[in-house]
Design a binder for this molecule. Structure first.
Ligand code: SF4
Length: 411
């Protein structure tokens, strides 16, 4: 193996980690070292790499411990049969690098994943070692997200949870059959078993106890990632899998990552990446499922043949197919009904409900309380406003899906 400097390794291993989408840092326990001997905080602001659902940004060093891997997942650039340059950090080396980056204010935390070397247990031990050094030797109080290895021993997953704010286990593909075909060494049942064991530990932690266990898991949640477009699963299948993961393991997030063709691809894989917009529409649909009271059939019915409409967001797609539900009276409608208005998010709905207690709202008030009244206007009634265009009109869809136009720089 040629000698590589830490900077060389970083270039290789940060690049190799870029395909991993599941690094948003929502739900991190608020931890701050002020007043203690520690260093770091999960509360600060810095360079933004990840967005939490509450809008908070956390910059992370997102890196692999190594891109050597003995597995041969066909969709992965780091698979054993891939001809890429390899590198590996020592646990102490990576912990020190993380701390150095933190001290220079480049990052607020670490997102660590790894190829599998020697055995799943050995690899997991090495990853836990990085987190342990950071927490115990350096008293690092910043954010740590560990991508865990499902085949590793449950005790190692538990230990990982003692040091990390977030654990994730990749479900990889929407269907078990596809996983067996494209990632022969992985097993859907073992992945779910690992998720269940992490869930159990997270639940145990919540139970009140007179004698808190100092070795209890500290992580506040788990998430997963699904690769989209590497197999033939349609959006209905993808979202059905997500819904079962949210329900079964109370995941914080399912991340959707569009398949990206690797050099020398297998003939089992599609030659091209799916449109990135598909990933975006799936995220929107995922939010409708979790926070907007939509069910899967309603969302999927907005598109066709089990796929979401790529041109418009899934809420708008549903609304245009259900003109009988509109317009909605903004001054009287329930929260549930308001959440179904295209262009209205949870914050906008909250602001409207609060403001209308003081008096009936006009369109100008809605404009002040929301980000785009133009999108909302055709679907609502407000004081002095009632839409004239029928929702079925073809012109309305065109108007609402008009492509964005680049603004003049000097006006
Ligand atoms: S185990 Fe992970 S790193 Fe290894 S080939 Fe599969 S996806 Fe890639």
């Amino acid at each position: 193996m040629p000698h590589l400097s830490t900077v060389d390794k970083l270039a290789i291993l940060a690049d190799a980690a870029k395909y991993d989408a599941s690094c948003a840092s929502s739900g991190a326990q608020k931890r701050n070292s002020s007043g203690s001997r520690g260093i770091g905080s999960t509360e600060g602001m810095g360079i933004c790499h990840s967005y939490a659902p509450d809008g908070r940004c956390i910059s992370l060093l997102k890196v692999l411990l190594t891109n050597y891997c003995q597995y041969d997942c066909l969709y992965c650039v780091n698979r054993v049969s891939s001809n890429v340059q390899r590198a590996r950090f020592g646990a102490g080396e990576l912990a020190k690098l993380t701390l150095d980056f933190y001290k220079r204010n480049y990052i607020e935390g670490l997102f660590l994943s790894s190829g599998i070397i020697k055995s799943p247990d050995y690899t997991m031990e090495q990853m836990v070692q990085v987190a342990r050094i950071l927490r115990e030797d350096y008293a690092f109080a910043g954010y740590i997200h560990l991508k865990t290895i499902p085949d590793a021993a449950p005790e190692l997953l538990e230990e990982a949870g003692r040091y990390a704010d977030r654990l994730s286990i990749n479900v990889e593909l929407p269907s078990r059959t596809s996983l067996g075909r494209l990632a022969p060494e992985k097993d859907a049942s073992r992945i779910r078993k690992a998720m269940a064991s992490v869930r159990l530990k997270l639940d145990e932690k919540k139970e009140p106890s007179r004698h808190p266990n100092p070795r209890a898991i500290k992580a506040t949640g788990q998430s997963t990632q699904m690769i989209i477009g590497a197999d033939a699963s349609d959006d209905r299948k993808v979202l059905t899998t997500s819904a079962s993961l949210y329900a079964g393991y109370k995941l914080r997030r399912v991340y959707y990552s569009a398949f990206s063709p690797t050099p020398h691809p297998s003939s089992e894989l599609p030659p091209e990446a799916p449109p990135l917009r598909r990933e975006h529409r799936l995220y929107q649909a995922d939010w409708l499922l979790r926070f907007y009271g939509f069910d899967l059939d309603e969302i999927i019915a907005g598109g066709s043949d089990g796929m979401l409409d790529l041109d418009i967001d899934p809420k708008l797609a549903w609304a245009l197919k259900h003109p009988e539900q509109f317009p909605i009276d903004i001054n009287r409608a329930s929260r549930e009904a308001l959440l179904r208005v295209p262009g209205l998010g949870t914050r906008g709905v909250g602001a409207i409900i609060k403001a209308r207690r003081l008096g009936a709202l006009r369109l100008e008030d809605i404009a002040r309380l929301t980000t785009s009244v133009a999108k909302i206007r055709p679907f609502i009634v407000a004081r002095g406003w009632r839409p004239t265009k029928a929702l079925e009109s073809a012109g309305l869809r065109a108007q609402l899906t008009r492509p964005p136009v680049q603004q003049e720089l000097f006006v």
